[in-house]
Design a protein around this ligand. Structure first.
Ligand code: FRU
Length: 463
């Protein structure tokens, strides 16, 4: 799999579709796979939702609940789910027409189980832009119209529509803003509220050109008036500094909550990672917010509270002085598998968490005071030589000015998700240890006081 697609909450169920090639564990003719959940934690695999057709492969896109039946697809008072996706035509691609990507729609009247493609597809033809994809659609209530945020090569183009079947161009953003180390893909536009004021977030995934190489997600904060997005600043901010959170976008129809999920991989090595018979997974769901540091406003992301549903046994410690390594593995000495670690330090000094095994594999997660950076170092984490750039140390600036460091780590057998300072700095990295990393310890070259530490095993959540 790759990108999460069409994430939508409907009638008590979260739907997750995803880029999927069922015939092999490398990228190929894309389908939309499908999974459902009541809590974004326990997922149940469903039959494939969308298959490639004569118009092309089914690339990334979004889904909405068309509450007002603006599309006319609804029947007997039942609102349709409408998926808006990119058709990627491999025949036209070979002919190098530059017009091989266009936007199409499909609808479901049975809560996402079966889908009917609209016979008027494509609904947004290609005006001659090679990379023209990944529509993220939302309802813009003030003007009672749909807004499509589309990645168009080196910029975002906004379109609007009364009923999802025909689209008019509104504006463009970004040719002179943000990071341009690669093509722009998988955008999202969403409002968040900060101190009673509405702030619009424009998420733009980019590949390559991420802060730690390869694929990554940047965002801009600004205003949106139904036509134009005006950024407060043209500087990029990164929503995740790790190497493995790509194509992250939010669920649709979740009311006041903004819930983000990304694909835990990177195009730099996505087709090579040493797993079998599967490849790739998604991040946990993260709740988005806003926070100021000095005069600067940032988007924050923290684990969605639903994750607490799988909290299992654990322990807590108060006022722990750390210098030489302190063992943090729970009783029995085994921290392998899923766990959550929350800690708060008395000062912002160096420290390093070490996940390890008897084979000498080590995954290091820490904070370096001199450079004021967090890091995840996977150089010795096990299998790293399947791709030249995989075994590296990833860095992320500490943005917070708090004197204490608060940190949440969600660890799984092949991934870590780090949320520092209330989600101001986030890092997601995958790794492939030779045997499970069952050791967990913390050390500090200069010495540090941990005020509070909590460890919880997490129960596996696949149904
Ligand atoms: C991002 C992406 C999208 C595209 C899809 C194809 O990872 O390249 O831009 O729609 O994957 O699978």
């Amino acid at each position: 799999m790759n990108d999460p697609n069409g994430m939508v909450f409907h009638d008590g169920t979260y739907h997750l579709f995803y880029q999927y090639y069922p015939e092999a564990k490398i990228w190929g003719p894309m389908h939309w796979g499908h999974a459902t959940s009541k809590d974004m934690v326990h997922w149940k695999e469903q039959p494939i939702a969308l298959y490639p057709d004569s118009l092309g492969y089914i690339f990334s896109g979004s889904a909405v609940v068309d509450v007002n039946n603006t599309s006319g697809f609804g029947k007997n008072g039942k609102a349709p789910l409408v998926a808006i996706f990119t058709h990627h035509n491999p025949v036209l691609e070979k002919q190098k027409t530059g017009r091989h990507e266009y936007q199409s729609i499909a609808y479901s009247l049975d809560d996402g189980v079966t889908w009917t493609k609209y016979n008027g597809n494509p609904v947004l033809p290609n005006p001659g832009i090679t990379d023209f994809r990944d529509p993220k659609v939302r309802w813009y209530e003030p003007q009672k119209k749909w807004i499509m945020t589309l990645a168009t090569k080196d910029r975002i183009t906004f379109y609007s529509s009364p009923g999802l079947k025909s689209w008019s161009k509104e504006s463009e953003f970004g040719v002179d803003a943000g990071a341009h180390g690669g093509v722009w893909e998988c955008p999202d536009l969403l409002p968040l509220t900060h101190n009673g004021k509405q702030v619009w977030v424009l998420i733009v995934n980019i590949n390559p050109g991420g802060p730690n190489k390869g694929s990554a997600g940047q965002y801009f904060l600004g205003d949106f008036d139904g036509k134009t997005f005006t950024a407060y600043s043209k500087e990029t901010k990164w929503l995740d500094w790790g190497a493995d959170n790509y194509a992250a976008v939010t669920f649709s129809n979740t009311g006041n909550r903004s819930l983000l999920m990304g694909w835990m991989s990177n195009w730099q090595y996505a087709n090579q990672v040493p797993t079998d018979p599967w490849r790739s997974a998604n991040t946990i769901s993260r709740e988005l917010g806003l926070k100021t540091v000095g005069k600067e406003l940032y988007m924050t992301s923290v684990p969605a509270k639903e994750l607490d549903a799988i909290k299992a046994a654990g322990y807590s410690k108060k006022n722990l002085a750390v210098k030489a390594p302190v063992d943090l593995a729970p009783k029995g000495g085994n921290a392998s598998g899923l766990f959550r670690l929350d800690l708060k330090t008395a000062t912002a000094n160096d420290f390093e968490l070490v996940l390890s095994n008897k084979e000498g594999n080590e995954l290091l997660i820490g904070y370096d005071k001199a450079s004021n950076q967090y890091y995840i170092d996977r150089t010795k984490s096990g299998k790293v030589d399947f791709e030249a750039g995989f075994g590296q140390k990833h860095l992320a600036p500490r943005l917070s000015s708090d004197t204490k460091i608060a940190l949440t780590l969600i660890a799984d057998a092949a991934s870590v998700e780090l949320f520092a300072d209330g989600g101001l700095t986030v890092m997601t990295d995958i790794f492939f240890a030779d045997t499970p990393l069952s050791g967990l310890s913390i050390k500090s070259a200069k010495g540090i006081q941990i005020e509070d530490l909590q460890y919880h095993a997490l129960k596996p959540s696949i149904e």
